[in-house]
Design a protein around this ligand. Sequence first.
Ligand code: TRP
Length: 467
Amino acid sequence: MNANNKGVHEVWASRWTFILAATGSAVGLGNIWKFPYITGENGGGAFVLVYLACILLIGIPVMISEVVMGKWGRSSPVHTMHKLVDEVGAPKFWHGIGWLGVIAGVIILSYYSVIAGWALHYFGQAISGNLQGIDGAGANLLFENLLAKPGMLVFYHSLFMLMTMAVVIAGVTRGLGRAVSVLMPVLLVLLVVLLIFSIRLGDFPAAFAYMFAFDFSALTGESILVAMGHAFFTLSIGMGAIMVYGAYMPEHAPIGKTVLTVAAMDTGVALLAGLAIFPLVFASADIEPATGPGLLFVSLPIAFGNIPAGLLFGMLFFLLVTLAAWSSSISLIEPAISWLVETGKGTRLQGGLVFGLLTWLLGLGTVFSFNLFSGPVIGNFNFFELADFLTSSVMLPLGGLLMALFVGWLMNKTILRSELDMDRDRVFYLWYNCLRWVSPLLVLWVFLEGLADILGIRWLSLIELLT
Ligand code: TRP
């Protein structure tokens, strides 16, 4: 299989390269920036529990199916879906999974790049010594100053987009795996170091209680929708990114174990980031858990400003966050580029230029939603919030739901078994039944709860029974 698929795409050197690349895609701003701030916005503990449950019951089963689809199709998500639909004789409607992914990827990258730009800026701030001795009030001011300058935000957004497109144009399988294999361990060590300082400087017991005391009264339909959406976002699933990486997977590889490894590392990094950030938040009178998208950027500088060698740690940390975001952003645009290359309509260079420019332009909407046009665009969502909600809470779960239904109900069971390389029956059926029943029903239920809550419709909600 590998040999005759060399035409358009390469194959990873080994299963480990896939693990590294998939982890590189999964671990990013979602873990370090987004998870802590949405946890803070949604009241802590119960939200974390719902997120963990979604990873287990929806995320992992769907991620396995996404890899299987990709490995089977060995092409871009759009073409893989075409091949699969022909193979099982399903209606053309299912092609939508591929297209939905291309669009979602571009929208996500548009704001992802702006936030990664913030990390780049803070890298510079750490070097210049501006974080020295900073307190909560000072950190707030520094962040507000950044948001108030659209020109500066555009500059960093552009810089990050250029970095991303450079790698994408060069082709992803080369170098990425090696880069990630250095990056991830260092990031992990750094987070642990930060956690230790944060325990000493901040209020760790309060932070721990906040994250793990399950207060169900804080849950709403919208917050469980956000938690589920984040499970998709953080694992990079529901839009074809993992399908593309699966397409480069060697023929014989235990997909189940591989996916579990990636999901465990991803979840670990998110929990670590939360545990490092919240002690500082609870120890500072100037910072609230519900600060919003700035949470990471107003809390961690306090640690960097007040610990020995803080300047060095701060620099290293924001550099690593930028690099982690970099290895994620590549997978956001890869479905679009690989599709274009396969159709023969363009080269990687042309695809990179077209999709890069489009994404960059869209990103301006996010830049301005923090200053010039911070008002609502639809409902009470500003541009950034709308882009985030539409992708994380609607498109990714919808894509994932369709994947679960397609693999669970339309694909041939015997083929699945052989593609999966699962040696034990019990494990296979556990996955299979979860994918057919539990995951789709849960996604549908969470959609209903979320929609009802957002539109203010009253119905007999299960959440109300819980709380
Ligand atoms: N998972 C990445 C993060 O947590 C973001 C990301 C990369 C992503 N590729 C994706 C999200 C594909 C959804 C779909 O930062």
